[in-house]
Design a protein around this ligand. Structure first.
Ligand code: BGP
Length: 474
């Protein structure tokens, strides 16, 4: 393991900060998403109804507790913290010309606090929290004007924090919007609420094209602001295994991987893969794509690949295979993998899949990889001020072991590893507090009740050792 390996944790503004209407902040798409559970989908309501609970509103009040929380991260020995800048703190509606100074000051103070402890901020520019005004007035990323709004936001924060932040990520899990059956992904990735009479896939490719252009432009301009910037993309990395050796299953798995890697192909190579250009032609899609756009794509390729890794998928054309029919992942060819266990939320637990995918990405792109999310969502039991989370420790041990093997034996260049939800956040897919990820427990329940007091779980001390020994002692 390299000496400067970036061990740390990851959170996102909308899942922890709260203070949704404080300090001049505007309303984000995440702020209008209601509570859900694993059996009840989240919805967005146009406005904020008193009878509904909007968990992202309050988060865990990281906004008010960040000093206490950063101190705990420092105690664990974090080398970095990945978080996002809420676009709505800087440009409350998204289309203003002047930024909100109070929002900028908040992140100045947060980054200063981190740097005081030697913790490097790793910053995502777009983590599911775009201004709701841009959704309502412009139709989100279906509108080309979003490129300019995003550019203004990105340049404002890159200029402001150029001496405090080196690692940037443009769009979180950009490939998730390919999941068209579960609307939460298109709402949060691209601010799109589909109508019944549109070809969703065509709209999706159009929105993604604008995001690619914006991302490439930000990489290019970011380097002018500070040539030392390292700017990456984020792929939700989910291996697709064929259930059987039936060639039709193999082909299906390959196609699924291709769909997923389409996003990284463009970010890394700076041009569209031929197979997709063919697909658009075959389907008769007409995408708004100029010569200038294509030039920017080729000039703004990423420095590293950020990945989030939680689970693997298994696919099959065989009707007798046990279909998962997973609305979350939105794919009716997904089947149960008899070789892996799953969490209470149905996410397969597959540490070897992490090594497999690191190798796949390394073979394909030969770029540094940053594991910017990996973690275990679990309904922790809180007893007498204590959480014995041995299942979480086991999950992380197994994944870190596979990452180490990929680095040491397979020669994959992994530059860092941040555990998702290092302090219990609001779950993104379900909107629950019950699905917890942290080393630090936060006293808050699914209805938003609780003291917000922080408690160290057993995994806190365990991760402290991992970092202290640079991963030797897991
Ligand atoms: C990723 C997101 C995170 C996070 C994580 C866990 O897709 O980038 O924001 O929430 O998944 O998901 P969940 O919170 O639904 O368990």
């Amino acid at each position: 393991m390299r000496d400067n390996f970036l061990w740390g944790g990851a959170i996102a503004a909308h899942q922890v900060e709260g203070a949704w209407n404080v300090g001049g902040k505007g309303v984000s798409i995440a702020d209008v998403m209601t509570a859900g559970t694993k059996d009840k989908a989240r919805k967005i309501t146009d406005g904020i109804l008193p009878s509904e609970y909007y968990p992202n509103h309050d988060g865990i009040d990281f906004y008010g507790h960040y000093k206490e929380d950063v101190k705990l991260f420092a105690e664990m020995g974090f080398k970095c913290l990945r978080t996002s800048i809420a676009w709505t703190r800087i440009f409350p509606n998204g289309d203003e010309v002047e930024p909100n100074e109070e929002g900028l000051k908040f992140y100045d103070e947060l980054f200063d606090e981190l740097l005081r402890y030697g913790i490097e901020p790793v910053i995502t520019l777009a983590h599911f929290e775009m201004p709701y005004h841009l959704v309502k007035e412009y139709g989100g990323w279906r509108n080309r004007r979003l490129i300019d709004f995003f550019k203004r936001f990105a340049i404002t924060v890159m200029e402001r924090y150029k001496d405090k932040v080196k690692y940037w990520l443009t769009f979180n899990e950009i490939n998730n919007q390919r999941i068209l059956d579960n609307p939460i992904y298109s709402w949060t990735n691209s601010g799109i609420i589909y109508t019944d009479n549109e070809t969703k896939l065509e709209t999706m490719y159009q929105a993604v094209h604008y995001q690619f252009v914006a991302s490439a432009w930000v990489v290019k301009e970011g380097k002018k602001i500070n040539p030392d910037f390292q700017i990456g993309c984020v792929l939700a990395a989910t291996p697709n295994y064929p259930l059987t050796s039936d060639p039709a299953d193999i082909l299906l798995a390959q196609k699924e991987d291709d769909q997923q890697l389409f996003f990284t192909d463009v970010h890394v190579r700076g041009h569209y893969p031929k197979r997709f250009v063919k697909e658009w032609e075959n389907k008769g899609y007409h995408l708004d794509m100029t010569e200038e756009d294509l030039k920017i794509l080729s000039e703004g390729t990423v420095d590293y690949i950020g990945i989030t890794y939680y689970l693997s998928n298994t696919v099959s054309v065989r009707p007798e295979a046990k279909c998962l029919n997973d609305v979350l992942l939105g794919n009716d060819t997904l089947v149960e993998n008899p070789y892996v266990q799953a969490t209470e939320w149905g996410w397969s637990i597959d540490p070897i899949g992490l090594r497999y995918y690191l190798n796949l990405l390394n073979n394909r792109y030969e770029l540094p990889i940053f594991i910017v999310e990996n973690g275990f969502g679990y309904a922790d039991t809180f007893e007498n001020g204590h959480v014995y989370d041995k299942e979480r420790i086991e999950y992380l041990q197994q994944h870190i072991a596979q990452m180490k093997t990929a680095i040491v034996e397979d020669g994959v260049d992994v530059i860092g590893y941040t555990v998702w939800g290092c302090i219990d956040p609001i779950s993104f897919t379900t909107g629950e507090m019950k699905k917890r990820y942290g080393f630090i427990y936060v006293d808050r329940d699914n209805q938003g009740n609780g003291t917000l007091k922080r408690y160290k779980k057993d995994s806190f001390e365990w991760y402290q050792q991992v970092i202290k020994t640079n991963g030797s002692n897991i």
